[in-house]
Design a protein. Sequence first.
Length: 377
Amino acid sequence: MIWIAIRMLTGDAQKFYGLVFGIAFSTLLITQQLTIFINLLERGASGVYNESSADVWVMDSVSRTTDVAYAMPATALDKVRAVPGVEWAVPHLRAQASVRTKDGDLEGVAIIGVDDATLIGLPRNMLEGRSDVLSQPDSVIIDDVGATRMFPDASPIGERLELNDQRAVIRAMADAIPSFTSTVVLYTKYSQALRYVPGTRNRLSFVLVGASDGVTAQELTDTIEAETGLRARTREEFASDGVDFIIENTGIPLNFGITVLLGFIVGVAIVGLTFSLFIRDNIKQFGALKAIGVTNSKICRMVGAQAGLVGLVGYGLGILGTVIFIQAFSSDPTFKGFYIPWQVPLISMIAVFVILGLTGWIALRSVLKTEPAAVFR
């Protein structure tokens, strides 16, 4: 009976392809939009992900993320270093500035000052040059996405910039996760960053802390907050703060949620209409089967097999389309590091099951109500 159901389905090529298209389009839309949504949210934690050494981030009590921070006095560093359980603590500066290239273009950039001695705060990997180039005068390291934006047709190494009326020379390029806004990022030593950033009374953005052996990051955050009165967050907590900030302060969740919902609705509409037409056109065949003794339960299994085949083919094509989309745009700096989380195809699969289950049940009702005698009228 299952074979007969498959032959009935594939025998009407127009409706079969229509069902497959509906499922494939819905799967593609849901999977692609959820993938972009999750990757954009993770960009809110890029500042934390790019720094892999610190167990704990310490900041002013009103600071929210790496990009939304209130500067602390320099004495905060000594307070943190005096806390029991702190193996090491280094200063970290993050500020905005404007640069003028040799072509006269003006670009807003993020200045990140890392510890002079250890260079803690730099991304782990360098695509060009070495991290020790910061020992040279006026040296900065640019992130690879920013380099593509500022110097699309040439290597940035050796380029001179006018950074807040001071000279800066790009001597290396880092492999970094872009920020949510894809702002150009320049890394330099903390002492040099203080000269690049306009002077204010307090300029220490964060203190990066390493925990001593036998002390967990969570225990250390509690101790630092109790001893200093500053806000301390573990690496995972601070990364989550960046994601939560985007969710709470932008319209991205609503916009992507509407698109995913539309994908689901379109899938239901296309598949439901096509499935109903298919059942209606084959109602006499189903009546004939019932007339020769095929039970309603076997009819349900037949329709389920038809829905399963459509779902399998359509879902596979939709996932394949998403993979092709991500691969096609992987060279674009905007999509750098984008990937498909394993949860997204699972969510799409559940959505496909719901679409097929809902539309299949609606279409099946007319078959179950069909009287065997109807075929002879």
